[in-house]
Design a protein around this ligand. Structure first.
Ligand code: PLP
Length: 398
C-alpha cells in the first residue's frame, strides 16, 4: 500500500491510510518506533548515510518512521509535496519563520491570530530584526498597503479566533505572488477535512496538531506542509538543526486522530450549526458569529472556500461581563477552558482569558466585547450542550 498514488484517492481515504509503510511483520495498525538512533551495516554505510549519498535514517531528530508516517499522511491530505512535523504548533510557526526569513525581512500578518503567535512576532522575531505589520484579515487593500520592498511573508488564520472572520485565500495568494511573497495559512480551525489552502494558492499550511488533528486533547504537536524546496529543505533544515521535532509517540496519537478526522469534523460542524441557529433566536443573545449562518457577512466565501464551518461558535449576550460570566458559571457539563478542537465542548470568555492582556482600547478595536463568549462545540449530544447553555441564557432572558 506504500506504492499507491494518493492523488487518486479522496482526502478522507488518505486520512485513514496514507503514509503507512507496512513492515515485514504485516501489521494492520501503524507501528511506533521509539528509537533515538539507527544502526548501520558497516562503516562504509554509516559514512554514506552521513554524507547524504545514501538516503535513510540516522537519528530521530532528523527522521523517524512513525513521524514520517504522520508527515506523509498530512501532506497527502493537504495536497502538499512535503510535510515536517514539529513538537508543537508554535514550533511549526517558529520553524517556518526561521527557516525562511532572515534579519531585515518583514511579515504582514492578520491582526486576528493566536495570542502566542502575536508574542512570537512582536517580541522574539522583532528582537532578531524581523518586523511585522498587522492588518485586518478581510481588508485586501490594507494587505496591499502594508507590503514593503522587504516583505517576505503573509501570515493568517482563517476563520479567525474568536470572531470567525474569513480571509479570501485565493485573493491574498494572488496579491502575495505578484510581490514574490510567501503565503502561509494556519489551518488549525478547519483542518484539511474542511479547507485545503494549498488548493486556493497558499504556499504553506501550518497546523497545531494539538487541536482537531488529535481531537481528544491528548498531545501537543504541530506541522508545516508545502513544497519540497521551502518546507522539505529550508523548514526541515531549521528543524533538524534547532531540534523541536515531534516525538514518535505523539506522531502515532495524531495518526490515529487523522483516521477519524473527517467523521469528527462532520459532527463538530453539524452540532455547531444547530447550536448557532438556536443561539441566534435566543432572547438573551445579541449576536452570533459562525460562518455557517446566512447572517455571517462572509457566508458566500465560507460556502466556496470551506466544505464546513468548523466547530467554533462565538456569541454576544445581552448585558456585559457579568451577564457573560453568569452563562459560563451556570454550565455544569461544558469545560471552562480556552482550549479547542476537543471532543469535549469548551467555553471561554475571551475578554478576560485569551484576550485579557490587551488594553480595553485594543480589545474594542479587535471587536472583542465584554459580553462575548466562545464555545468550541464538541461531540457530546447536541441537546446536552444546548441545555447546559440554556440554563444561564434563560436566566438572563427572564
Ligand atoms: C493552539 C494554536 C496554535 C499553537 O499551537 P500549540 O500546539 O499550542 O503550540 C497556533 N495557532 C492556532 C490557531 C492555535 O489555535
Amino acid at each position: 500500500m506504500n506504492d499507491l498514488d494518493w492523488a487518486e484517492f479522496s482526502p478522507q481515504t488518505r486520512a485513514v491510510r496514507a503514509g503507512h509503510r507496512r513492515t515485514a511483520e504485516g501489521e494492520q495498525g501503524e507501528p511506533i518506533f521509539p528509537t533515538s538512533s539507527y544502526v548501520f551495516a558497516s562503516a562504509a554505510e554509516a559514512a554514506a548515510r552521513f554524507s547524504g549519498e545514501q538516503p535513510g535514517n540516522i537519528y530521530s531528530r532528523f527522521t523517524n518512521p512513525t513521524v514520517r508516517n504522520f508527515e506523509e499522511r498530512l501532506a497527502a491530505m493537504e495536497g502538499g509535496e512535503s510535510c515536517v512535523a514539529t513538537s508543537s504548533g508554535m514550533a511549526a510557526i517558529l520553524a517556518t519563520c526561521l527557516g525562511l526569513l532572515k534579519s531585515g525581512d518583514h511579515i504582514v500578518s492578520s491582526q486576528s491570530i493566536f495570542g502566542t503567535t502575536n508574542v512570537l512576532f512582536n517580541k522574539y522575531l522583532a528582537n532578531l530584526g524581523i518586523s511585522t505589520t498587522f492588518v485586518v484579515i478581510d481588508d485586501l487593500a490594507a494587505w496591499q498597503a502594508a507590503i514593503q520592498p522587504n516583505t517576505k511573508l503573509f501570515f493568517l488564520e482563517t476563520p479567525s479566533n474568536p470572531l470567525t472572520q474569513l480571509a479570501d485565500i485565493r485573493a491574498l495568494a494572488d496579491l502575495a505572488h505578484q510581490h514574490e511573497i510567501i503565503f502561509a495559512v494556519d489551518n488549525c480551525f478547519c483542518t484539511p477535512a474542511l479547507q485545503r489552502p494549498l488548493e486556493w494558492g497558499a504556499d504553506i499550511v501550518i497546523h497545531s496538531a494539538t487541536k482537531y488533528l488529535d481531537g481528544q486533547g491528548r498531545c501537543i504537536g504541530g506541522a508545516v506542509v508545502g513544497d519540497k524546496e521551502r518546507v522539505g529543505k529550508e523548514v526541515y533544515g531549521f528543524l533538524r538543526s534547532a531540534g523541536p521535532t515531534m516525538s514518535p509517540f505523539n506522531a502515532w496519537v495524531f495518526l490515529k486522530g487523522l483516521e477519524t478526522l473527517h467523521l469528527r469534523m462532520k459532527g463538530h460542524c453539524e452540532s455547531a450549526l444547530a447550536l448557532a441557529t438556536w443561539l441566534e433566536q435566543h432572547p438573551a443573545v445579541e449576536r452570533v458569529y459562525y460562518p455557517g449562518l446566512k447572517s455571517h457577512p462572509q457566508y458566500e466565501l465560507a460556502q466556496r472556500q470551506q466544505s464546513g464551518a468548523s466547530g467554533i461558535v462565538s456569541f454576544e449576550v445581552k448585558g456585559g461581563q457579568e451577564a457573560a460570566w453568569q452563562v459560563v458559571d451556570a454550565t455544569r457539563l461544558l469545560s471552562i477552558t480556552a482550549n479547542l478542537g476537543d471532543s469535549k465542548t469548551t467555553i471561554t470568555h475571551p475578554a478576560t482569558t485569551t484576550h485579557g492582556r490587551l488594553t480595553p482600547e485594543e480589545r474594542a478595536a479587535a471587536g472583542i466585547g465584554d459580553n462575548l463568549l466562545r464555545v468550541a462545540v464538541g461531540l457530546e449530544a447536541l441537546e446536552d450542550i444546548q441545555a447546559d447553555l440554556a440554563r444561564g441564557l434563560d436566566a438572563l432572558a427572564d
